[in-house]
Design a protein around this ligand. Structure first.
Ligand code: SF4
Ligand code: SF4
Length: 357
């Protein structure tokens, strides 16, 4: 192991190292035993991500300037990533245990799908941040701490984990969670301080209890220390100014059908706008006879009469007569199992498009 900091400058005059070259270089240096990296990036993607698993017994540290998208994506526990200045989209995408500290703002979808670790942001995060955060009980809860605010559609379909949005320096905003946040949220908790509006009706806004305050008190110290803003602790720890958002459990009576959702909420002329005219009728697929999508055709050449096809057809659609095999059309569903199980490739599935068109 080499504890020296390995420095990488990715721009040499006008020659820029590609993402692939950079990741390969990091990988090579990891194999040589380096565990500390200082990277002056030039928009390369995925720096600090999951490929560093081999050195997990040692803490890996990445200090990155000017990263591209997905810094720390799928990063594992035992990894610390410090980003100097702001970072573009997908910081900590599917974070799986790393600590990621961003000394600036994050683009859209920060912490998207995060499943573990902690992401600390000293500025704002963009649209859809925290969406699809989740909690696997085998691992610690993922956490997203943001000093300022989030963009719209944040925490969509959040299924677990904890987000803390401090609302610092947000006096002019109508909503520190943007618009339409928490749509489809089914798990986790969002602590926030400041004005919000347009939050989905599947969630409840509640006062903090003692457990919440204990969590925020200790977590806030760690967060502010990491972003080097310890001096804000007193201002941000007036817990009466905080609330939490949790999903409403057992809201079965308010569930809407897909048809109702499309009729009332689908955005006309949006990218899925065509579906708004969907008649919602589900047509059965033709399954047997001439309506089959595919037809098995038998070839005698290599057949050894093992009967494997006959015994595995789920619909008893294969008959045998004097070592001649055939498919019974009005029973066959074209599943292809006979072609898969035959050891001698005697069955061949052909398209039945002419018949069904
Ligand atoms: S395609 Fe499926 S249903 Fe038809 S003969 Fe083969 S195994 Fe049986
Ligand atoms: S599985 Fe193949 S080899 Fe065996 S009987 Fe069927 S067609 Fe012949």
């Amino acid at each position: 192991m080499n504890k020296e900091i390995y420095k990488i400058k990715t721009l040499n005059e006008n020659n820029r190292m590609s993402t692939q070259e950079l990741l390969q270089l990091i990988n090579k240096k990891l194999e040589e035993g380096y565990i500390n990296f200082d990277i002056e990036a030039c928009g390369q993607h995925n720096i600090g991500g999951s490929s560093w698993a081999r050195n997990r017994e040692e803490e890996l540290t990445f200090r990155i300037k000017n990263p591209g998208q997905r810094a720390g994506a799928m990063a594992l526990s035992g990894t610390s990533i410090y980003i100097e200045g702001s970072a573009p989209a997908d910081v900590g995408w599917l974070n799986s245990g790393a600590k990621i500290v961003v000394d600036g703002d994050c683009g859209d979808t920060a912490a998207h799908c995060a499943a573990g670790g902690k992401i600390y942001v000293s500025g704002r995060v963009g649209t859809r941040s925290g969406a699809l955060m989740k909690h696997d009980p085998k691992f610690e809860l993922p956490e997203l701490w943001v000093l300022k605010n989030t963009g719209s559609f944040s925490f969509e379909f959040m299924g677990g984990g904890i987000a803390v949005i401090c609302g610092y320096d947000c006096d002019g905003l109508n909503s520190i969670l943007g618009n339409r946040s928490c749509v489809g949220m089914v798990g986790g908790v969002i602590y926030f301080r400041g004005k919000i509006q347009g939050v989905a009706d599947c969630v409840d806004i509640q006062n903090l209890n003692d457990e919440d305050i204990a969590f925020l008190s200790s977590g806030m110290s760690d967060f502010l220390r990491e972003i080097k803003k310890d001096a804000l602790y007193n201002e941000l720890s007036v817990w009466e100014e905080w609330k939490k958002i949790v999903p409403i459990k057992n809201k079965a009576s308010n569930k809407m059908t897909v048809a109702e959702f499309r009729k009332n909420h689908w955005i006309e002329n949006g990218i899925f706008g065509d579906f708004i005219k969907d008649d919602m009728v589900v047509y059965n697929l033709p399954s047997t006879g001439n309506g089959r999508v595919r037809i098995p055709v038998w070839n005698s050449e290599n057949c050894v009469n093992c009967k494997i096809c006959l015994n595995n057809c789920p619909n008893n659609a294969i008959s045998e007569n004097d070592k001649i095999y055939s498919c019974i059309d009005d029973k066959c569903i074209g599943c292809g199992i006979c072609t898969a199980v035959c050891p001698n490739s005697c069955w061949n599935l052909i398209s039945n498009r002419k018949e069904i068109s």
